[in-house]
Write a protein that binds this ligand. Structure first.
Ligand SMILES: *Cc1c(COP(=O)(O)O)cnc(C)c1O
Length: 353
């Protein structure tokens, strides 16, 4: 606390990101990065930009990458908005499209940044409980609202909602913006982007941090009707006109263009997820069906808090949310084959089976 802080700053309870430990030899399965580096084409694209042109401001709307994403999803570039990571894109979405007189709706178990954005921007919200098995029931969202947002697949559960359910939500709420946060959609889900031409109230947010191996470059984007995107641009140009530098723009384009690498690495993660799921089921874990690059697991006999500590003592970091309904769950990012095997062998030892 400081007397120099505004009332708002004094009251904030900021988001706490998963730790990025400095130590080598840590098996880091806590923040859902992919274990595979970016396409080799990314490094050469960046290399070519290391010259005097860096003195110039980048294009304010990240034009090259905007066009690349538009082509990939068969949209008009005016339907694509880029930001410094999807967290920044989401911040503008909350501020520009979700701050209404009626409350914003999102699940009680969901991306824990959402309530933080609400607090920052003074947005009223209601958390809608997931069902008993932690799935999302769209009929629970049939109530007055100023917007709806959730990740699909959901985080940290990994559960996927089908496009038919999303379409029902869009139809039931024509006056609200419905935001689908597709941070993990490339690991086996079906994107809602094709619904954009049918529903002017749909905004799809994606990131290059997970499936495209570029968390360190900070690239996120939103796709929707020209109206929604123009709203986001108005916010952005009242905040920071140049959220992406020359290097992330080029890196992002190269990553999108190397489709083979993208498909291969996503498939490897999916295969590893299936294998790890099996191994943990055999160790007596309950494993929620996941369409993400992580699994959400719970052990019948061993408390989550205890497991987290023991894993850490063995150099393995996973994520634990001390939150009602899920305090006995661990979220485990899918690692390399070697990392996953290490996890399984340490757990086998810890569980004495
Ligand atoms: C990782 C994640 C993000 C943020 O991604 P960045 O683009 O790295 O800011 C947004 N939403 C969800 C659900 C995520 O898991």
């Amino acid at each position: 606390m400081s007397k120099y802080w505004s009332d708002l700053v004094s009251q904030l309870q900021p988001y706490v990101p998963g730790e990025q430990p400095d130590i080598a030899n840590v098996t880091k399965l806590n923040t859902n990065e992919t274990p595979y580096g970016p396409s080799p084409q990314v490094a050469s694209a960046i290399q070519q930009l290391l010259n005097d042109d860096l003195r110039l401001y980048p294009p304010p709307n990240a034009d090259g990458l905007r066009q690349t994403i538009a082509d990939y999803y068969q949209l008009d570039p005016k339907q694509v908005f880029l930001g410094n990571g999807s967290d920044e894109v989401l911040a503008h979405v909350f501020n520009g499209l979700l701050k209404k007189s009626e409350p914003l709706l999102f699940p009680d178990i969901s991306y824990s940044f959402y309530p933080v954005f609400c607090q920052l921007y003074g947005i009223s919200f209601e958390q809608i409980p997931l069902t008993e098995d932690l799935s999302l029931a769209v009929e629970d969202y049939s109530r007055p609202n100023g917007g709806i947002i959730f990740p699909n697949p959901n985080a940290p559960t990994g559960r996927l909602l089908g496009l038919d359910a999303i379409e029902r939500l869009l139809k039931d709420n024509p006056d609200s913006v419905v935001v689908i946060d597709e941070a993990y959609i490339d690991f086996g889900g079906e994107t809602a982007v094709p619904l954009i031409e049918l529903y002017a109230n749909l905004l799809v947010v994606q990131t290059m941090s997970k499936s495209r191996s570029l968390a360190g470059m900070r690239i996120g984007y939103a796709m929707g009707s020209v109206d929604l995107i123009e709203g986001l641009e108005r916010i952005k140009n009242s905040f920071n006109s140049y959220p992406l530098g020359h290097l992330p723009i080029a890196a992002g384009m190269a990553a999108f263009e190397d489709q083979k690498y993208f498909k291969d690495t996503c498939q490897r993660v999916i295969n590893s997820r299936d294998r790890l799921t099996n191994d943990l089921l055999n160790l007596g874990f309950e494993v929620m069906p996941s369409a993400g690059n992580f699994i959400f697991v719970c052990h019948a006999d061993k408390a989550a808090e205890e497991l987290v500590l023991s894993l850490r003592q063995n150099g393995i970091i996973v994520r634990h949310f001390k939150q009602p309904r899920i305090e006995q769950f661990l979220r485990v990012t899918i690692g390399t084959k070697k990392q996953n095997e290490h996890l399984v062998s340490v757990l086998t030892f810890l569980l004495g089976s």
